[in-house]
Ligand binder design. Structure first.
Ligand code: URC
Length: 317
């Protein structure tokens, strides 16, 4: 949340602003990587949920004196965001967040910084029978509740009154959930009077994963030319591929390998961060006659988690 030249927390804003823009600019020109066949997005539906908060010293009196003179109603913020979805000429979630925030600060000069987060609401293409082959409908889409692009940034006005700029950013892939049915282990950990967990040499590893990245230069994601844009879809595909490729001894090791791959594929990134959650399925039936199958049920709380960040220095080790 915005908190700049003072220790005092002061912000207000609007959450859950749902923006459904159709026929935004197509995301194209994405460089292919070996782990992914994602090279673009038609953006026929460019939809996102926005959280928007503003900060400014002059807003103090709205809290302390009930003086609303400088208060932009959060309802107006919602309208501003929605109406600017029509004006946005770019093709990325990050670009839209920066665009809306910079326009808002241009309009309201007493706002010193904005904190904005956008979570893409993914709509997947549906395939329909065409004349000769199955084709992408282009008209009907299926709402997906799977992983999605996410981005947060702060836009700050510099002291000398120049253009507001993106002062911090964190791009991301949120809510990825992956299961690897065999080929994962967890053993060799401390065994003492507190240990009840058996060692596992082949566990059904189900993980929840949020992956975040920071660019060396955010203009890669928000400018008119986004040749070095890192799409969350390619990050997702790297995570899937690395999970597939490695027999992992732990989630800690897995996310490190994913991070190394991301950093080596994308030299334009400074840092990658992970939040992971262990949802390993609980085994109910270990052996089924004439089958390599088993029966599992959902993991029970409490759940373990990991947090890890990596920079380009990790590639040197
Ligand atoms: O990948 C894992 N890492 C751990 O640190 C841990 N701890 C645990 O109980 N299970 C797991 N799994």
């Amino acid at each position: 949340m915005p908190k700049k030249t003072t220790e005092r927390t002061l912000f207000y804003g609007k959450d859950d602003v749902l923006v459904y823009r159709t026929y935004a600019k197509r995301l194209a020109g994405i460089k292919p990587i070996p782990e992914s066949n994602f090279i673009g997005h038609d953006n026929v539906i460019f939809a996102l949920k926005v959280k928007f908060a503003v900060y400014g010293k002059q807003l103090l009196s709205s809290f302390t004196e009930g003086d609303n003179t400088l208060v932009v109603a959060t309802d107006s913020m919602k309208n501003f965001i929605l109406l600017h979805a029509a004006l946005y000429k770019g093709e990325t979630i990050e670009g839209f967040l920066a665009f809306v925030s910079q326009r808002f600060m241009a309009k309201y000069s007493h706002i010193e910084s904005i904190s904005i987060t956008g979570d893409r609401l993914p709509f997947d293409p549906v395939y329909v029978p065409g004349k000769d082959e199955w084709t992408d409908s282009g008209l009907v889409f299926r709402r997906s509740h799977n992983d999605h692009t996410s981005a947060s940034m702060e836009i700050t006005r510099t002291e000398d009154g120049t253009e507001p700029t993106v002062s911090t950013h964190l791009c991301g892939l949120a809510d990825l959930q992956l299961i690897k049915v065999s080929g994962s282990s967890f053993y060799g950990f401390i065994r003492d009077e507190y240990t009840t967990l058996p060692e596992s040499y082949n566990r059904p590893l189900y993980i929840y994963l949020n992956i975040y990245w920071i660019y060396n230069d955010i203009t890669n994601a928000i400018s008119d030319t986004i040749t070095d844009y890192v799409p969350a879809e390619q990050i997702r595909d790297i995570a899937q591929t690395v999970f597939h490729e490695y027999k992992t001894p732990s989630i800690q090791f897995l996310i490190y390998q994913i991070g190394l791959r991301i950093l080596s594929r994308f030299p334009q990134l400074l840092e990658v961060k992970f939040e992971s959650n262990n949802r390993t399925w609980e085994t109910v039936v270990e052996t089924i006659e004439d089958s390599e199958g088993k029966v599992f049920t959902e993991a029970r709380p409490p759940f373990g988690f990991q947090g890890f960040s990596m920079t380009r220095d990790d590639l040197k080790e």
